[in-house]
Design a protein around this ligand. Structure first.
Ligand code: NI
Length: 184
């Protein structure tokens, strides 16, 4: 099933999401649906549960489409449950980001180059892994969503002010995007 994407301005994107347990109803189906929703959208490589209206600590990332650029992404299709970033390290790196919940806006975001993340996979097996560079950026972006943040929160007040009318339009649903969406 394809879910509509909740857009900037919807309160669900501002909640700190809650952990889930193994008996969360139809979890495998939900994860499959999140990947499907992401593939049907424009250029999504990551999707967090709050973006489909569920305030739970779950996000999915698939970097395998980028395997041509980086062979280590070949099998990078993962679900992250109850994730906790325990460390951010290395240089601060600035790169452009976008978000399915904020269509039409791409802005430069500065993040740490590396992260250590603890999470459960779709089988509730615990992992603690280190990621760097692009993977670390995508993980930090999705992790923001389960903490009630979005990428534009990282911008300067002036930059945000300049985006204000665009953001107001997004919150009202005055956007053109190919996927189904939902506003508050
Ligand atoms: Ni996003």
């Amino acid at each position: 099933m394809i879910y509509p994407i909740y857009l900037y301005g919807h309160p669900v994107l501002r909640k700190i999401a809650t952990p889930i347990s193994k008996d969360y109803p139809n979890l495998n189906q939900l994860i499959a649906d999140m990947f499907e929703t992401m593939y049907k959208s424009e250029d999504g490589i990551g999707l967090a549960a709050p973006q489909i209206g569920l305030s739970i600590r779950l996000f999915v990332i698939d970097l395998s489409v980028l395997a041509d650029e980086d062979a280590s992404f070949k099998d990078f299709k993962k679900a992250f449950i109850n994730a906790q970033i325990t460390e951010r390290y290395g240089d601060s790196v600035s790169k452009d980001e976008g978000c399915l919940s904020i269509p039409g806006i791409n802005e430069t975001v500065t993040r740490k180059n590396g992260v250590v993340i603890k999470y459960l996979d779709e089988n509730f097996v615990e992992h603690e892994e280190k990621y760097e560079s692009f993977a670390a950026r995508v993980i930090q972006h999705e992790y923001d969503h389960i903490e009630g943040h979005v990428f534009i929160d990282h911008l300067s007040p002036i930059r945000r002010q300049l985006l204000k009318s665009k953001l107001t339009n997004i919150a009202k649903g005055k956007v053109s995007c190919r996927y189904k969406f939902k506003t508050a």
